[in-house]
Design a protein around this ligand. Sequence first.
Ligand code: FE2
Length: 290
Amino acid sequence: MFISGKKLKSCLLYLLIILVTLSAASLLASKYALSVTHITSTTGKVSSSLRIVQLTDLHDSSFGRGNSRLIRKVKEQDPDVILITGDLVNAKQENTEIAVNLIRNLVKIAPVYCSDGNHEVEYQENYGTDLHELYREAGAQILDREYQDVEIAGQQLRIGGIYGYCLPAKYEGEARADETEFLTRFQDTDRLKILMCHMPVCWVINESLDEWNVDYVFAGHVHGGEVILPFAGGIYAPDMGWFPGRLEGEFKSKDQERTLILSRGLGTTEMIPRFNNIPEIMVVDIDGEK
Ligand SMILES: [Fe+2]
């Protein structure tokens, strides 16, 4: 079949318009829409179900006035506990109101635990503000190389938080002694161990999930690779490079006993905007073995 040059031109033009429209829609959805990812996991360490909502990498984003859409969506999940795994704020913007307002509202839904991301650490260096104190005043529990033994939904939990890579101790000379000291203490319990650790790289690549006796690790930081291409996945992650794979979802240790939950998070500060990457609320149901 012969297509005239004029027809071919208009076909290409239509194609271009469709492509530009879809790209614009994806950019907007990756900034303003919200998705909920459900993961169900079983363990012999709980006798009934426990629902965890994880939020990460908000980066001062707003979903509705005062984050009303985000708060409503979290409430709809009816969580037993909410984990915020860092980067609520942006290191180079002095605003803390969005983060504090979010915590104030989330604590009305369930207990809120926070750990630092690199942006909290840099923010405190830049502005000298004690973010931990602000988050605490808003009602959250801040865990910075600390843990709490708590009972939530009838389950005995140890919830901890650390800002660091958590490299296994076998990497002598590279593993940080203070992290090793904390993790050695943290893993020493029969309770269900849940760790908030912003940076996932060592859990994904350096066998931290096999070496540290932690039941569940919740991480963020890599924003799903920022731009997600069909079939190829996220294009780039700090510490992990280009097209590294394993940038979102659930990952198991070799013995299948331990789990890393890696969320794409909610926002970004990168020059390249999120694309094909809808902001994510992570919902994890931990069920007892039948
Ligand atoms: Fe981040």
